[in-house]
Structures are given as structure tokens and as C-alpha cells.
Ligand binder design. Sequence first.
Ligand code: MG
Length: 381
Amino acid sequence: MNKKLSVLGSTGSIGTQSLEICEKHGMEIVALAAHSSVELLEEQVRKFSPKYVCIYREDKYAELKQRLSDTSAQVLCGMEGLCRIAELEENDIVLNSVVGMVGLLPTLTAINAGKDIALANKETLVAGGELVMKLAAEKGVKIYPIDSEHSAVFQCLQGNKRSQLKNMILTASGGPFYGYTYDQLKNVTKAQALHHPNWEMGNKITIDSATLMNKGLEFIEAKWLFDLRPDQIQIVVHPQSVIHSAVEFNDNAVIAQLGVPDMKIPIQYALLYPERVECPTKRLSLTDYGTLTFGKPDLETFKCLSTAIKAIERGGAYPCLVNSANEEAVGAFLRDEIEFIQIGEIVSSVLDKFPAAEIRNYDDVMEADKKARDHVRSLVG
Ligand code: MG
């Protein structure tokens, strides 16, 4: 339990909950990195005394350095700082919870340095799944999933043979607009989209949950993490978010992982694996729920989800193109530049716009990323 940890994305929702877990179990923090929240990052540095701290936004570097001038923390910035932290000799494990595909290079850097990863940055696997999994296998690095669905599958596989896994059941809450028709989706507001019924999360993932893109990204993430074919992953809408996902083995036995919808459970399992110790969450009371329900996802109405599935079926650069188009479209929606319904239209347009291309290396990922973002900006601007 005395693993040494660096946290990339320490001021976000997953980052702050992770630090709560670290504090409870006395884990040593080697380094902290945040996007732009200088004030909270300063507070975290004073509490956890990491040796290194990084602010991604370079224009915030001077302010952070000034605020921490009376501490011994070495202050870094930008992508270079993130990667420097990812490969620190002192790390036993690197928790990556940055938002978006910015997380890919730090993940690859940590793996190259032989550091295990606790992965909450799903875009890393969506955009560069093939590269990440290949490099991890080469370096003998373990990737512990923090996404609740993938943690559930990881937990269900314990003590079973991966080779005897037949199918994965990926549960989805359905988000705030479950059951809506296409016409109803035309009128939803930003405030409605930012209000998730079960989970409290950052803005990007909350919008992704409302469009069901989050489930699409998780579908792709699952394919890479557990080496599944797309036809082995079945999405089931389960509005109560009690069953976090399930696996079906060759004998048709299904094993599921259940719990209250609280990210601290998967975070703690990833950080303390294989230990199961007290976790600061509520306990599950099935009788309080009474009824658990299940339904099929509406792939016609929720275009982001069907687009993500098509993208991984086609393979190559398509998942990366779809992910980057989505990041741009969600950004535009959060800035009130487009309507909710346009996110799905924009994201699905990349399937027709771009011919098939291979992903052989990091530069190929960056090229696909740029193409998709330029395309979306031309549509939005
Ligand atoms: Mg999830």
C-alpha cells in the first residue's frame, strides 16, 4: 500500500477524489499536474508536498511559481512538464486523469519508462489504443482502468481466464435524455445537458454522457483494454447505474460488479490493486433501489454512439478522427456556439469526410487529430 504516485489532472473530479484516497491510505505523492487551476493546485502542493508540480497552461506558470516560492516543489509547465512527471524514476504508478487526447503523450511516456498506469483518460485509448496497448505489452507495464465500467470488467475477470471470456455487457445510464426523440433533443439546453442524473463529473464527460458519446468512447476503450472484437461488446441501458458492467464466459455464466455510483471505488481499486480495504463511500443497499431496469440504446437518435461504434469497426484513424471532432464540437457547445443536436451531426460527418488511414505512430495520431479539428472548425466558425 505504500506505492508512490504521480497524478496528472489532480484538480479535476477524478484527481481530487484520488487525492482523497491517497490521504486516507497514506500514499506518497511524487508529483501533481493540473491544467489551469492554480489556486487549488497550490493548496494540494501544500497538503501533499510533492517534489514536482506542473501547470499545463504555460501562461499560468509564473503565477504558480510565485505562489510556491516558499516551498521546495520544483515547478514545471506545458506538455514537456507533463511528460517529465510521467517518467520520473520515483513513480511506482502514474494516474492519468487529464481531459482529452492531450493525455496520450504522457501515457506513452510513462509506459516507455516502465511505469504502471492508472488510466482515467479514456481519450488516450480511443485515439491511440493500438500504440498504447502494443507498447504496454512490450514494456510489461500494467494498465489499471479507472473508468467504472472497465474497472467492473477488470474486477469480474479476477480469478477467471481471459481466454474464456465470450462477451462484455457495457452498461450505460442513458444520461439525462434517455428516451428522448430526435425532435425533443433539438430543444435541450446547456444546463439540462450538464445535469447528469447519477454521476457528478467534469463538464466534458458530462456532455459526452448526454450525447452518449461517452459510451461510444468506452466501447472503443473496452475493445483495446480487453482485446475484444466490436461484436463481443453489448451496450445495455441501465438507468440506476448500480451494475457497472458485466462479463459473460463461454459457459454463459455472467458475472457483474455492483456498487453505489461513486468513482472512489474504481479509483481505489486501481491504486491499491489487489487490496480491498475500507473506502470512503456509501454502501450499496439493493432493497433501497428495489428495482433495477435494463433497455436497449437508441442508436438512431444518439448519433455520437453509433458513429463511435462504426469508427472502431472501420479501425485505423477513424476512432481518433471521431474523438477529436467530438472534443472540438463539445468545446463549441460549451461556448454556446452550436446547439446540442449539432454535436452528433458534426461528429458523424467525419466518417464520410475522410478516407481510411492507418495509425502507425504518434505522428499519425496527431495528423488525424489536426484534420478532424480543422474540419470541425470550418463547420462551426
Ligand atoms: Mg464510465
